[in-house]
Design a protein around this ligand. Structure first.
Ligand SMILES: *Cc1c(COP(=O)(O)O)cnc(C)c1O
Length: 433
């Protein structure tokens, strides 16, 4: 399978190049040249297949021509070492729980898959591959844990000192092995600037193999289609049409759902659930896409003012605004409404949402039509946002899963560095080739 750039100004590449490079040279995002409809037999069997089995079929459709079947099966099965259960929260409203992975957020699926695919392509390489990732919290933990113990790859997580929560910090500073946490005496922007400078430094590039684990990578983006199939596999829609509500920031998750629908998954429409960062909502209303600076909200993993995967949505629909509006309904809620829905759901049903899931839950409550059944994606465990959630439902009401507790018991190990690039470069050059 070839991958083209959404800007169409760079040559098509093979999967290996798309995965190792991440971004196309014309700064476009890679897209698979074909999205194949799965056989009717696949859908007839879907409810009887395990998550790993159906995901392997989906993965084969994209990657089957580029990775031997056995190796691909191992990548998929190893990635999905946990379930994504579908739970009925109230009549016609279901939660797809994507927080049962190692770092309790949906990003585990893409990060684990990408780590294994990268390892597959680099297995024959003699040199160590150094993955650089700047994080404001959540991405660092998913990437670090996704790559943990993968041979031939070393991950360097750059994070701003004192600006991530203790739980988040412990999830990438206590791992050891092939993970190093660099505690930057600066902001998240400084971390990003250091990573960017490393990729632009030709001297460094010629002496060490560097890559990024950015969320626009096709190996992080496409596997997110797996759990849409698994959700439908677990649902009995009783003749109703299926709607997915997706709490969205960079729009990778929702775009993966659109891909699943193109492959034949019976989805009536998607709801793009936004917090106050609403550029996609505005696009749906007006037809104009105008990125703007992000504003902070309590659903902070969705505080994105210029969602990078939006170009993939435009590309999927040939830039046709009317068609996009048919497939996607937009909603946007301020913090007050997010809190209100989180509290209401908890008190009326006993189900505890995290602030991101709460945005999508509210969207279903407001938008679902009588002939529809709704699934919202619960993208993180509420305990990842204990402070915020406790402020809404009361102290002591947010149970701490054992996995998170285990991270807290670990000892933080980090390497303090400044914002000066030469120091970071010296560090990288001190590493094994
Ligand atoms: C990253 C993230 C999102 C947003 O997902 P996108 O694919 O960027 O739209 C939503 N919820 C949580 C908890 C996240 O970590």
């Amino acid at each position: 399978m070839k991958y083209y750039s959404t800007r169409h100004l760079a040559p098509d590449v093979d999967l290996r190049t798309a995965v190792t490079k991440g971004l196309a040279p014309d700064r476009g995002l890679y897209m698979p040249e074909k999205i194949e409809q799965l056989e009717p037999y696949f859908f007839a069997q879907l409810a009887h297949r395990t998550f790993q089995e159906s995901s392997f079929e989906v993965a084969r459709s994209f990657f089957g021509g580029d990775i031997p079947s056995e190796a691909l099966q191992e990548i998929v099965y190893d990635t999905l070492s946990f379930q994504t259960p579908l739970l009925e929260v109230e009549k016609d409203v279901y939660s797809l729980e994507l927080f049962h992975g190692p770092t309790l957020a949906f990003k585990d699926v893409g990060a684990r898959f990408m780590a294994r695919m990268l390892a597959h392509f680099l297995a024959a390489a003699q040199q160590t591959v150094h993955v650089l990732v700047a994080t404001s919290g959540d991405t660092g933990s998913a990437v670090a844990n996704g790559f943990l113990g993968i041979e031939g790859i070393h991950v360097h997580v750059l994070y701003p000192k004192g600006k991530v929560s203790e739980i988040q910090e412990k999830q990438f500073t206590t791992l050891g092995q092939n993970i190093t946490a660099l505690e930057v005496d600066g902001t998240f922007d400084d971390c990003q600037a250091l990573v960017k400078a490393a990729f632009l430094d030709e001297d460094l590039q010629s002496r060490r193999v560097l890559t990024s684990a950015n969320s626009i990578n096709v190996a992080r983006f496409l596997p997110q289609a797996f759990y849409y199939f698994n959700a439908v596999a677990q649902l009995n829609p009783r003749g109703k049409k299926i709607v997915f509500a997706v709490p969205s920031g960079n729009f990778g998750n929702l775009t993966a759902g659109l891909i699943a629908a193109r492959m034949g998954l019976p989805v009536e429409r998607f709801i793009a659930a936004n917090n106050r960062n609403d550029v996609v909502y505005q696009y749906l209303q007006t037809g104009h896409f105008e990125p703007k600076p992000s504003v902070p909200t309590i659903a902070n993993a969705m505080d994105v003012g210029d969602p990078s995967n939006f170009v993939r949505i435009l590309d999927l629909f040939d830039q046709d605004h009317a068609q996009i509006c048919e497939a996607i309904t937009g909603v946007t809620y301020p913090d007050e409404q997010i809190k209100e829905s989180l509290a209401e759901c908890y008190h009326q049903t006993g189900y505890l949402l995290d602030p991101h899931g709460a945005v999508a839950y509210r969207a279903l409550k407001e938008q679902l039509r009588p002939d529809e059944v709704g699934i919202f994606l619960e993208t993180a465990h509420p305990a990842k946002f204990t402070e915020t959630v406790e402020a809404i439902v009361g102290p002591g009401n947010v149970p701490m899963p054992e996995k998170l507790h285990d991270f807290l018991k670990g000892e933080k190990q980090s390497l303090p560095i400044g914002t000066d690039f030469s120091q970071f470069k010296d560090y990288l050059l001190s590493l094994k080739e």
